[in-house]
Design a protein around this ligand. Structure first.
Ligand SMILES: Cc1cc2nc3c(=O)[nH]c(=O)nc-3n(C[C@H](O)[C@H](O)[C@H](O)COP(=O)(O)OP(=O)(O)OC[C@H]3O[C@@H](n4cnc5c(N)ncnc54)[C@H](O)[C@@H]3O)c2cc1C
Length: 309
């Protein structure tokens, strides 16, 4: 039942029509604010300022994905430029997280690569770092290709590895040897069984194994972001780091805005770097649906919002 519901929610997350309806229902919009900092760049700057003052780092995501025209890519670039301006002016401590499909990867890989190059130059001017989010498995090879090409010219860029993908052991071994900064996540998309583990225990075991592999093999420049709200994954990563003698400045924890604030504070209080992923923007629907799929208990609050329209 849980797995079926999850699959249904993830299928709905890819419907543009459902997204258009949901984004315009006031009650649902209200509910989205639990996970999304707002719709404007000013909203996210304010949220980051608050987090920084509480001792958290941030990585901001301007929501939007599956862009289908060059004009939409230009709009993404303008949004990123506004964020970098806010970083410079407001002295915010924040990275940027981008999806290559926001830069046109779905229809023109060369355009995505050129656009990423622009983003990384602007990020360097603002003194900050860009993390390339990992999307569904249709994009894995192309995302890694564009990342590696960008990394040959820029050192302010990192990538994401999804523990649920069967291929990830080979990918993380190679990235660790290259000293590429990696964010490790469980994986949030709907994938076929031959591509990804379906059983949660297998995904969890892979996460623990991949964190250990990266920490044991990372070359100079490498840094691991352990991105999870699962306290068992956090403990396992800490044990690996301790066993392998990895210093605290070579890894950090990352969690999503609005999720497990208690765990975020506990790790911060123990002196670990905790970076909060802060999304904002008008196209929050697919992001919100992936958060619902992770925790269908949230569905009740979502439906209550929808019925209140
Ligand atoms: C910083 C960050 C960046 C990410 N980037 C990517 C990416 O680029 N690509 C990608 O595929 N995925 C990404 N993800 C999502 C990730 O793949 C998982 O889907 C998500 O983190 C849930 O898995 P979990 O590790 O928290 O463990 P789970 O086993 O799903 O959850 C563990 C516990 O966390 C809490 N929790 C988890 N999710 C929720 C929720 N939605 N609402 C309330 N409580 C919750 C619950 O207490 C739950 O018991 C990212 C996650 C983080 C934290």
């Amino acid at each position: 039942m849980g797995a079926m519901l999850r699959r249904l929610i993830l299928a709905l997350s890819r419907s543009r029509a459902a997204g258009h309806v949901a984004e315009n229902v006031p009650g649902v919009r209200g509910f989205s604010r639990r996970f999304v900092a707002g719709v404007r760049c000013d909203d996210v700057a304010e949220a980051v300022r608050r987090l920084n003052a509480q001792g958290f780092e941030a990585t901001v995501s301007c929501l939007g994905e599956d862009v289908r025209s060059e004009r939409e890519v230009e709009a993404s670039l303008a949004e990123f430029a506004a964020f970098f301006a806010a970083v410079r002016e407001g002295t915010l401590r924040s990275h940027l997280s981008v999806k290559l499909s926001q830069l046109g990867l779905a229809f023109d890989e060369a355009l995505a690569a050129r656009s990423l190059d622009r983003v990384l130059c602007e990020a360097a001017d603002a003194g900050t770092f860009v993390r390339i989010d990992m999307e569904d498995s249709r994009y894995t090879d192309a995302t890694l290709r564009v990342f590696r090409e960008a990394r040959s010219r820029h050192d302010n860029v990192g990538i994401v590895i999804q523990a649920y993908l069967r291929r990830s052991t080979a990918d993380i071994e190679a990235l660790a040897a290259e000293g590429a900064p990696v964010r490790l996540v469980k994986g949030a998309y709907r994938e076929p069984e031959d591509v990804a583990f379906e059983d949660k225990r297998e995904v969890d075991a892979a996460f623990v194994r991949l964190a250990e592999t990266y920490l044991a093999r990372m070359a100079a420049g490498g840094r691991l972001a352990v991105a999870t709200h699962d306290v068992r994954m956090v403990r396992a990563a800490l044990q690996s780091a301790r066993r392998l003698g990895v210093k605290r400045d070579r890894f950090e924890f990352q969690m999503l805005y609005g999720i497990r604030g208690d765990l975020q504070r506990a790790l911060r209080d123990r002196g670990y770097t905790v970076r909060v992923y802060v999304p904002y923007g008008t196209h929050w629907y697919p992001y919100l649906m992936r958060r619902l799929a992770e925790r269908p208990a949230n569905l009740w609050f979502f439906l209550r919002g929808a019925l209140r329209r």
